[in-house]
Design a protein around this ligand. Structure first.
Ligand SMILES: [Zn+2]
Length: 329
């Protein structure tokens, strides 16, 4: 520092003391040092945004990379968005669901970067990379058999749709709360309180799912993209995905035949589709099989067409749809 050579030591000491005073006053309001005193949080897509907003409350300003109504899996970021990433105080994302976002976040090198997948345990649900999440059944004869083997050793095989299981989402919420406390210790008490409140709501939601799906005529549901593997496992249901975790992939004729057989055997009433992706295949399958259709929302984004204003409301709508389709008693 060349200042040292230009001014007397006493003056330097004074300046340093002044600097410290200013610094601690700043630190008292925010860890970010930004004008509004809020922690700048970037969330990758809606389920991360919901956690950041609920837990961060008044102390955070949340930007979401995936705009409402955009199907998140294949999202490409604009150069401006990539540039802004590096200025964030805290990034919350879920690795494995949006490859382009994963790369940009890695490049951004922000210290407080949290991968929600590390806050709970990820599982593989059958063929999470390419195919249909039907676990534990012998589908060796289907034409995707070779592809399954090709993907077998890949880490990417873990199913990223953890937020659709309220129990796993609760674990993630707790982890997010703890990491926000660490990133912004001055507001730790508020983050803790907000986390506790959210966890109570998620516990209540889990209770509703448990009670609501305990007694049903059938346990099998057909859905467009295999987002509900964790939910199915939690509540003892059987998810039959038309396409894989990528909602845009087309099912093979063999898979369609298989689904038609399953529908008959398991007394399935409904083919579920979702709001953000194409419903063409679901509707064709339903028509050919004489089944009804309904919405089961993977909550990858909230729009005007969503059956609720937030995660909790849409999950309650999902529960109602499942109960109806499965013949809950
Ligand atoms: Zn998905």
């Amino acid at each position: 520092m060349n200042v040292r050579r230009l001014i007397p030591t006493t003056a330097l000491a004074g300046a340093v003391a002044l600097g410290l005073v200013t610094l601690s006053a700043c630190g008292g309001t925010s860890a970010s040092g930004k004008e509004d005193g809020k922690l700048d949080v970037v969330a990758s897509f809606y389920p991360m945004q919901f956690l950041a907003e609920r837990i961060g409350g008044d102390h955070v300003s949340v930007t979401t990379l995936t705009k409402p109504g955009v199907e998140p899996h294949d999202l490409e970021l604009k150069p401006k968005q990539i540039g802004e990433l590096g200025e964030a105080d805290y990034i919350l994302y879920l690795k494995g669901i949006q490859p382009a976002v994963d790369d940009a976040i890695k490049q951004a090198g922000v210290k407080n970067t949290v991968d929600a997948g590390t806050l709970t345990e990820l599982e593989k649900h059958g063929t999470a990379t390419d195919g249909h999440a039907h676990e534990g059944e012998g589908h060796g004869q289907d034409e995707h058999g070779g592809e399954h083997d090709a993907h077998a050793g890949e880490e990417a095989g873990a199913d990223p749709h953890i937020w659709l299981d309220p129990v796993k989402y609760t674990e993630v919420a707790k982890g997010v709360g703890a990491s926000l406390e660490k990133a912004d210790p001055d507001n730790a008490a508020a983050y803790r309180k907000n986390t506790d409140e959210l966890v109570k709501k998620l516990d209540a939601l889990h209770g509703k799912f448990e009670r609501g799906l305990r007694n049903t005529r059938t346990k099998t549901f057909i859905t467009t993209h295999s987002a509900f593997g964790y939910l199915a496992e939690r509540y003892g249901l059987d998810q039959e995905g038309i396409s894989g975790v990528d909602p845009e992939s087309e099912p093979s004729p063999a898979r369609i035949k298989e689904l038609q057989d399953t529908a008959k055997k398991d007394d399935v009433t409904t083919v579920f589709f979702e709001t953000l992706a194409s419903d063409k295949t679901a509707k064709t399958l339903a028509r050919d099989t004489g089944l009804g259709t309904d919405v089961l929302d993977p909550l990858e984004g909230i729009t005007d067409r969503s059956r609720g204003a937030d995660y909790i409301e849409v999950m309650e709508a999902n529960l109602a749809a499942l109960q109806k389709a499965l013949g809950a008693k």
